[in-house]
Ligand binder design. Structure first.
Ligand code: ADP
Length: 166
């Protein structure tokens, strides 16, 4: 098992699954969601619609269609409000995405920085939660072979990820 960081466009990664920062309707939106829907091609939208939406903090899986990644795990981050549930829901996104990956026998997963774009989660706090939750999951599932890649789209996120990786 490993925890890595990488800077760039998540849609270019040839991994078992990339994790999308989706919305509750699982309709392709802006940001990374839009990029994933464009790169996956027109079959992704009907596959998402068949799932009947996704609650905040939950995760659902579809094929990757035209993406180099085999699957897309769609998770819905909290819209940042400053309430006590924000960190719990964000942590649940990472935990549930990894659970879905394991349930589907996947061994490499790349995460986008959930909630840190349009959903407004402060980047520093969100990154800490992301790394803490992924590390905890990896510790709790030592017998499962999994490579986790934390994807930073911009330089600021990448610098934070470098610090957190240590
Ligand atoms: P949310 O609505 O959950 O905030 P966004 O898509 O607005 O989701 O942003 C989540 C993160 O994804 C942001 O840090 C943004 O910079 C990043 N991002 C945007 N496009 C891409 C991409 N093509 N690959 C990887 N990350 C991306």
């Amino acid at each position: 098992m490993s925890l890595e960081i990488w800077q760039g466009d998540i849609t270019s990664l040839k991994v078992d699954a990339i994790v999308n920062a989706a919305n509750r309707e699982l309709r392709g939106g802006g940001g990374v969601d839009g990029a994933i829907h464009r790169a996956a091609g027109p079959k992704l939208d009907p596959a998402c619609q068949a799932l009947g939406g996704c609650e905040t903090g939950e995760a659902k899986i579809t094929p990757g269609f035209d993406l180099p990644a085999k699957y897309v795990i769609h998770t819905v981050g909290p819209i940042y409000s400053g309430s006590h549930s924000d960190p719990l829901l964000l942590a649940a996104c990472y935990r549930n995405s990894l659970r879905v990956a394991q349930e589907n026998g996947l061994h490499s997963v790349a995460f986008s920085a959930i909630s840190t774009g349009v959903y407004g989660y402060p980047l520093g706090a969100a990154s800490k939660i992301a790394f803490t939750e992924v590390r905890k999951w990896l510790r709790d599932h030592k017998d499962y072979d999994l490579r986790v890649i934390m994807v930073a789209y911009d330089a600021r996120t990448y610098a934070l990820y470098q610090k957190l990786l240590g």
